[in-house]
Design a protein around this ligand. Structure first.
Ligand SMILES: Nc1ncnc2c1ncn2[C@@H]1O[C@H](COP(=O)(O)OP(=O)(O)O)[C@@H](O)[C@H]1O
Ligand SMILES: [Mg+2]
Length: 159
């Protein structure tokens, strides 16, 4: 059996995530994202999954702020990708909701992104199909039935 190499980062997922799934208010989610961003080092690929309105962009905004992005982070719904600068590395925020086929990722410079020393955060990663390689942090948000103000956050590592 081959051992999975450990990620080259110090711990990326703050202690709060040890419990696996947490119901969080928007303020708590932003605070978690800030701390995650501060603890993050490039290169990092992170996927952010969840339905429309689950809070993916809200979480990405907080991670970017924690990482040191000072520009306003807006949803790349139409452009599919936005790039920001931060002191430690560039940050790429992708929203693949409108991607029609995984091969369109080439136009976005996907392969370069995955091998660059950058932080890459991807909403709707399912759209990338098998272009999405292992070795990334998985963040997932879910609505809570009957509680419109809180979301379940799952954080993990996809080897
Ligand atoms: N606990 C929560 N966490 C994140 N967003 C929340 C929460 N409660 C309410 N919201 C609201 O839900 C919406 C999430 O929008 P957004 O982050 O754009 O979602 P997505 O990118 O997943 O489509 C925002 O309007 C936000 O104010
Ligand atoms: Mg979004």
């Amino acid at each position: 059996m081959t051992e999975t190499p450990a990620p080259v980062h110090p711990p990326l997922v703050p202690a709060l995530a040890d419990r696996g799934a947490l119901a969080m208010s928007e303020e708590q989610l932003r605070d978690w994202g800030l701390r995650f961003g501060r603890a993050t080092h490039a290169p990092l690929l992170g996927t952010v999954s969840g339905e429309l309105g689950a809070g993916k962009t809200t979480l990405v905004q907080a991670i970017c702020t924690g990482y040191g992005v000072t520009e306003a982070v807006t949803s790349p719904t139409f452009a599919l990708a936005h790039e920001y600068s931060a002191p430690r590395s560039p940050v790429h925020h992708l929203d693949l909701y409108r991607l029609e086929r995984p091969d369109q990722l080439e136009e976005l410079g996907w392969d370069e992104l995955l091998t660059s020393r950058a932080v890459v955060l991807v909403e709707w990663p399912e759209r990338a199909g098998d272009r999405l390689t292992g070795g990334h942090v998985t963040l997932s948000l879910q609505h809570l039935p009957g509680d419109p103000d809180r979301r379940l956050l799952y954080a993990g590592w996809h080897a």
